[in-house]
Design a protein around this ligand. Structure first.
Ligand SMILES: Cc1cc2nc3c(=O)[nH]c(=O)nc-3n(C[C@H](O)[C@H](O)[C@H](O)COP(=O)(O)OP(=O)(O)OC[C@H]3O[C@@H](n4cnc5c(N)ncnc54)[C@H](O)[C@@H]3O)c2cc1C
Length: 407
């Protein structure tokens, strides 16, 4: 865009991560012109066998959304690794086992690198003439007025839009600029992430062990590699990142009681302090928050971006219904309906993760007794287990149109 010029776009999306890019595709498919602003232009060239540290477990509902947007089809089969079973156990070796066969599904989900999903969505955006991407570009200021919202860009241009979609992540500047507060919870845990190679493979299973300091997950990311998310205290995390590879493999093997066989190789390791946040409101005049800008949760159930995709799907449904009724796309009632649909679902998942983490990552003997009883009952009662699985697959509750399987 030219300096000091003013441009118009019906929708402005700030943030071209997975959720922002999915929102752009879905809103453009409603016939709207969309401008997406992303301050870090992503680099989508990397060696085929290199695995990034940021990966996500993508559930069925998110897979359907990506399929319906034409993005899933752009992903190489080797980059989406299905897991058919899940085994969760704790420091007392109480165990629960989920199997996709029990609910007649071919798998429980897929593990993908975040950048693989983002690349597919950016390619899907390129195929839509209604989308303009400004990147690298940042928004420096926002001015809502009764008719529109004006975004000041860092190249001195400005953009006037009917609807701003803030998809700029957990530290959302747009949320702050809109004057929306948020609550925050510090888990006092740090996630250590890395990729490891397993001599005997992962048996198409996602493995999670709850240790007293936090959960440790093994997510299948290639035929014989797993992505690791090890949530623990900040002190232990620092040691795990600094120790040499051989010592790390030994520590990891001990932590999973040797259940996955020999761990032969580890990649570089990184740390993420864990906290959850929740925006006090998801909407403001001419604006809606989606994804991590609205809520960030503990990674233990691998649901963060899945909830974000559901937000995108729900917002797209809301805007579609405003268009059908001939109303403005940022109609206040419509935006309120979006918030009502998503807030309860996201809060439930967030609070469940906080509760789960407290219940399992704990040495308190009463809590141990309670969780053992709970795990044993869940393992024995197929209906409860099935309910858990449907929830994790994203196939229960109010499902946005894009998250349903295309007929
Ligand atoms: C260790 C770990 C493991 C996880 N595992 C899973 C999992 O298995 N499954 C799952 O569903 N979720 C998982 N998550 C959560 C998931 O990664 C996030 O929910 C997801 O990345 C959020 O996507 P987003 O698009 O909302 O935000 P982000 O990915 O944060 O994207 C925001 C984008 O906005 C851009 N941006 C920011 N500010 C501006 C600005 N002012 N102007 C322009 N652009 C801007 C950023 O550059 C970025 O590209 C995990 C998280 C962690 C930390």
């Amino acid at each position: 865009m030219k300096k000091s010029s003013t441009h118009n776009s019906q929708v402005a999306i700030v943030g071209g991560g997975m959720v922002g890019a999915a929102s752009a595709c879905g809103l453009a498919d409603l016939g709207l012109d969309v401008t997406l602003i992303e301050h870090n232009r992503p680099d989508f060239d990397w060696p085929q066998d290199e695995i990034d540290l940021r990966v996500s477990a993508i559930n069925k509902a998110s897979q359907h959304l990506l399929e319906n947007l034409g993005a899933w089809q752009l992903i190489d089969d080797r980059d989406a690794v299905a897991y058919r079973e899940m085994r969760v156990w704790d420091s007392l070796s109480s165990e629960i086992h989920f199997d996709s066969a029990d609910i007649g599904e071919p798998d429980l989900g897929h593990i993908l690198q975040n950048r693989v999903i983002q690349r597919a969505l950016w390619q899907a955006m390129e195929k839509r003439p209604g989308i303009t991407v400004l990147s690298p570009c940042s928004v420096t200021d926002l001015q809502p007025s009764p008719e529109k919202i004006t975004l000041q860009l860092d190249d001195d241009a400005s953009l006037e839009s009917e609807l701003l979609v803030a998809a700029d992540g957990a530290r959302s500047r747009m949320r702050d600029e809109l004057g929306i507060g948020f609550s925050e919870f510090d888990f006092q845990q740090t996630a250590v992430v890395t990729t490891v190679r397993l001599a005997q493979g992962h048996a198409e299973t996602a493995w999670q062990r709850f240790l007293p300091e936090g959960p440790l997950a093994f997510l299948p990311i290639s035929t014989d590699q797993c992505s690791i998310v090890w949530s623990t205290t900040a002190d232990i995390a620092e040691k795990l990142v600094e120790m040499d590879d051989a010592a790390f493999c030994v520590a990891l093997n001990e932590a999973v009681e040797g259940r996955l066989g020999e761990i032969t190789e580890t990649s570089q390791r990184a740390r993420y302090p864990l906290r959850s946040i929740h925006a006090e409101s998801y909407i403001s005049s001419h604006a809606a928050l989606v994804g991590d800008a609205a809520h960030q949760i503990h990674p233990l159930a691998g649901q963060g971006v899945n909830l974000g995709f559901r937000d995108a799907g729900a917002l797209i449904d809301t805007v579609a219904s405003q268009l059908e009724r001939g109303r403005p796309i940022s109609n206040e009632q419509g935006l309120r309906a979006y918030e009502r649909t998503r807030r309860g679902d996201n809060l439930l998942m967030q609070k469940s993760m906080e509760g789960f983490n407290h219940l399992f990552s704990n040495d308190n003997s009463l809590l141990k007794l309670f969780r053992n009883g709970g795990l044993a009952a869940t393992q024995r009662l197929p209906l409860i287990k099935e309910g858990f699985m449907q929830h994790a697959l994203g196939t229960s509750g109010e499902i946005p149109s894009l998250c349903k399987k295309a007929m």
